[in-house]
Write a protein of this length. Structure first.
Length: 278
């Protein structure tokens, strides 16, 4: 169940690289990218990734997007996003080869963040006034995107055109506020089911394509579940990052698995993460 026991202050952004057959994930607050074989440290915050090639990732960083070489460890700036007061948070590649990511205030200041998309050399700010951007994921056919703001407890859905740009206005798709749940990272499986980590609840909740709750996978000993990804043989393992952030010494002692990376084989079949087209 525990895939990697190294505790992350704020685990995030798990990515199964389909060519390397290897999982990558982040500890945002410790400015680190992890794999089971190696870790890389950065001068600023890094939080999410898409794959460009076997050896290169596109990283959402404190200042925007960077191209990172896993072999040489070299970085190259791709685009700037946000301000000196913001950092990146959630992010994921879409089916058309674009990359969506969110920015937020470094102290989670209200409305300081935004949702962005990079596609074939162009960066657009799609939505403003976001506090904690999360739940970025895409339907299997690439016709719609989801995203949310954790503090509002709501996940949105917006239709996409053939190139993956939003068309029309986003609509509320899943309202978790009334249940007191905090939507964090999300991923959609091969059957179109929406898997959402829920900060503070210690679980990944599965919803049907219609938004109806189906069941949940718990992360025992780790209440702050933060982001899911599918990977492993046949893409049937659900990986889940967790966090220690906002937990005092007593809470950390009560929840000893916090910050560790979970793996749940045979949970569901995921989809391969698309290649990002620069």
């Amino acid at each position: 169940m525990i895939f990697d026991s190294r505790p992350c202050e704020l685990g995030e952004g798990p990515l199964w690289h389909p060519l390397r057959e290897e999982l990558f994930w982040f500890d945002i607050l410790n400015r680190t990218l992890h794999s089971q074989k190696q870790s890389w440290s950065f001068s600023g915050y890094v939080s999410a990734a898409g794959w460009i090639s076997r050896d290169e990732l596109l990283l959402a960083s404190e200042t925007g997007l960077i191209r990172f070489d896993l072999v040489t460890g070299t970085e190259k700036a791709v685009a700037e996003a946000g301000t000196a007061a913001t950092r990146s948070n959630d992010g994921r590649a879409d089916r058309q080869g674009g990359f969506w990511f969110g920015t937020m205030g470094k102290r989670a200041e209200k409305g300081a963040g935004a949702i962005w998309r990079w596609y074939r050399g162009e960066l657009r700010r799609l939505y403003e006034g976001v506090t904690i951007p999360n739940a970025i994921c895409f339907t299997p056919d690439g016709s719609a995107a989801h995203f949310g703001d954790t503090v509002l407890g709501r996940v949105m859905k917006v239709a996409l055109d053939a190139q993956g740009w939003p068309k029309g206005e986003p609509e509320a798709w899943l309202d978790l506020a009334r249940a007191g749940l905090n939507p964090d990272g999300a991923v959609i499986d091969a059957e179109g089911r929406f898997w959402n980590t829920q900060w503070g609840a210690g679980r990944v909740a599965c919803y049907g394509p219609d938004g109806v709750f189906l069941h949940a996978v718990e992360t025992p000993g780790a209440p702050h579940s933060s982001c899911p990804a599918f990977g492993g043989p046949g893409l049937t393992t659900l990986y889940v990052t967790t966090a220690l952030e906002h937990m005092d010494a007593e809470a950390r002692a009560r929840h000893p698995a916090s910050g560790q990376l979970f793996a749940f084989p045979g949970t569901a079949k995921g989809l391969p993460e698309p290649q990002v087209i620069l």
